[in-house]
Write a protein that binds this ligand. Sequence first.
Ligand code: CO8
Length: 260
Amino acid sequence: MDYKNILYSAENGIATITINRPKALNALNTETVSELRDLVGKIAADSEIKVVVITGSGSKSFVAGADIVEMSTKNAVEGRAFGKIGQDTFTEIENMPQPVIAAINGFALGGGCELSCACDIRYASENAKFGQPEVGLGITPGFGGTQRLPRVVGRGYGKELIFTAGMIDAQEAYRIGLVNKVVPQEELMDTVYALAKKIAKNAPIAVQLSKAAINRGINCDVITGIAYEDEVFGLCFATEDQKEGMGAFVEKRKATFTGK
Ligand code: CO8
């Protein structure tokens, strides 16, 4: 898969997407968002991929937001169209069957912070910085930030970040629950891959159904969510991996899952 602004690799069921526009601190222009969307669709359909990692190239920035230079000349129709392609792409990421981990290696601003919030789990390097600078540019967050950020950190911190257009460091992001872990920059990818491997060795269908149940439940009332859990839980008993997982426990051996 050949893209201009994105690098892709996959090894042992773990896919890595690297946003690669280092000269613009990996800012997302239309071309990059379109490439990202295309790649996400392909990975979502690839049953060999168990876990997805998203990061930025270089040691300074994850994604420094949507491309301000490109946006600066857009009219209302064009601006909205750009917002829509970002929103749709990030929603596709959120709903990928596989768990998605954001490896945040520097600035995660605007669309970068929004991209990280569309991922399931966020790990950051010590130099990472987070923020939603949009209101300082005369716009609102437009790639899902008004919706996902408050769901991740709560509406108080979400509103503070959005209203102030300020930046917080990785430790503060950890304190408010925006990231699960902070590690030195040189340890970030190893730590993320260790997490990815831990997830990848579990029964893939059960992991994917768990993700779907959590995502669906978070957007509805508990009773509806529990009804959905009931469905997916029952479904697991139709898989070979349920027989293997429980059989291995009973036989006191390690389970080998096939994703069937
Ligand atoms: N867009 C375009 N180019 C960028 C961006 C960006 N978001 N961020 C950095 N760059 C470019 C700079 O212009 C610069 O390019 P050049 O070398 O050609 O001048 C290069 O990257 C390096 O940047 P700096 O020299 O500024 O590096 P510093 O270390 O001095 O500063 C910062 C780093 C603090 C990250 C600074 O670059 C900055 O503030 N960047 C902008 C961050 C920002 O405001 N992001 C939010 C953008 S808005 C957004 O994401 C909205 C999403 C929803 C859109 C919905 C559309 C309708």
